[in-house]
Design a binder for this molecule. Structure first.
Ligand SMILES: Nc1ncnc2c1ncn2[C@@H]1O[C@H](COP(=O)(O)OP(=O)(O)OP(=O)(O)O)[C@@H](O)[C@H]1O
Ligand SMILES: [Mg+2]
Length: 330
């Protein structure tokens, strides 16, 4: 393992809009209050741009607003979740990098966000270096699991790990530390691409590093109800994964794509939007869903590509048919 896809040029800077002015980014002071039990959820899919960071941020915020204590940990050197939560670059002093390389205790890296009860551990591009440095180190896959130990006892109800788009060491660390895996799948033609590989890796981690790990849920993202393909993809994924697919389907909306530019989760950027409501529904399902069952389902050989739907006659095609008919009549 260890394909590195996090190249420095992938760093996403916020253009315009600025970050949320109320984002409180000072390290949290004093001891964290103990709670009941923590659910550690890795949001992973090595396919890029499927909605992992959007889901980690929006779900984290929705859970916090529902009264849970939440920590979102940004395990991606791109830092998209950190940006989406409004954490300024200046406030990313102690990050996931220091935590993974054991240069700082985890408590020092936790910052508050503008959402009450929503905390974060930010990342910077330095994390790409950590992935390389870890390769030669002892117990390299278990670094995160070990780092989380002090806060596992229940400071938070949920710890959400936003994974990078690769199956490298950072994702393996997340899977080794998590109780649950949440996989966002984009409602598009290549939706299942690489999913078989992801599940095989999850099984390896489950067998060798972390027997607790369960695939709790698949969330379908960027659903565009104007296309037949989106509906077909949802039906196909449900056919393979059954009840593991959440009932909530996240729609493709402009508001969801705008929110990170303002450093706000959707629930703050536009609380009544359909995107905010969808993530609230997802949060309810996540809370209710039991963490039980088979570690990872045996799904056989997943198809990589969906069958395209029969082409619908477009206005242009109809026009062509009409003109041919006219020609024949002349
Ligand atoms: N439901 C949605 N509707 C519209 N835009 C969305 C939606 N979800 C995500 N996006 C946008 O799509 C892009 C990719 O989303 P996101 O960053 O969440 O994916 P990712 O899987 O974390 O990507 P990466 O693999 O690069 O980490 C972003 O610009 C985001 O704002
Ligand atoms: Mg991301």
């Amino acid at each position: 393992m260890g394909t590195l896809t996090a190249e420095p040029e992938l760093v996403v800077e916020v253009e315009g809009g600025g970050l949320h002015p109320e984002a409180e980014t000072e390290p949290r002071e004093g001891p964290l209050e103990p709670g009941k039990g923590t659910r550690v959820i890795a949001v992973a899919n090595q396919k890029g741009g499927v909605g992992k960071s959007t889901t980690a941020v929006s779900l984290g915020a929705a859970l916090a607003e529902a009264g849970h204590r939440v920590l979102v940990m940004d395990l991606d050197p791109q830092g998209n979740a950190s940006t989406g939560l409004g954490i300024r670059h200046a406030a990313r002093e102690t990050t996931v990098y220091e935590v993974l390389s054991a240069e700082a205790p985890i408590g020092e890296a936790i910052v508050e966000t503008a959402v009450p009860d929503l905390h974060a551990i930010p990342s910077t591009i330095a994390l790409a270096g950590a992935e390389i440095e870890l390769v030669s180190q002892f117990s390299r896959e278990m670094r995160l699991a070990k780092a989380l130990e002090p806060i596992r006892a229940g400071h938070f109800d949920f710890i959400i790990l936003d994974c990078p788009p690769s199956l490298g060491l950072l994702t393996v660390n997340a899977l080794a530390a998590a109780d649950e895996l949440l996989v966002p799948i984009q409602c598009e033609y290549y939706a299942l691409e690489g999913l078989g590989q992801l599940l095989r890796n999850v099984r390896l981690v489950q067998q060798n590093l972390n027997p607790r790990l369960r695939l709790t849920g698949i969330v379908m993202t960027m659903f565009d109800r104007r296309t037949k393909l989106a509906e077909q993809v949802v039906a196909e994924v449900r056919r393979y994964f059954g009840p593991r697919v959440y009932d909530t389907v996240i729609p493709r909306t402009v508001r969801l794509s705008e929110a990170p530019g303002f450093g706000q989760p959707i629930s703050q950027y536009d609380p009544s939007s359909i995107g905010a409501r969808a993530y609230r529904w997802l949060a309810e399902e996540v809370v209710e869903r039991p963490v039980e069952g088979e570690a990872v389902p045996l799904v056989g050989e997943l198809p990589e590509v969906m069958q395209p739907p029969p082409p619908e006659p477009t206005a242009r095609r109809r026009f062509k048919l009409f003109s041919r008919q006219q020609e024949e009549e002349l």
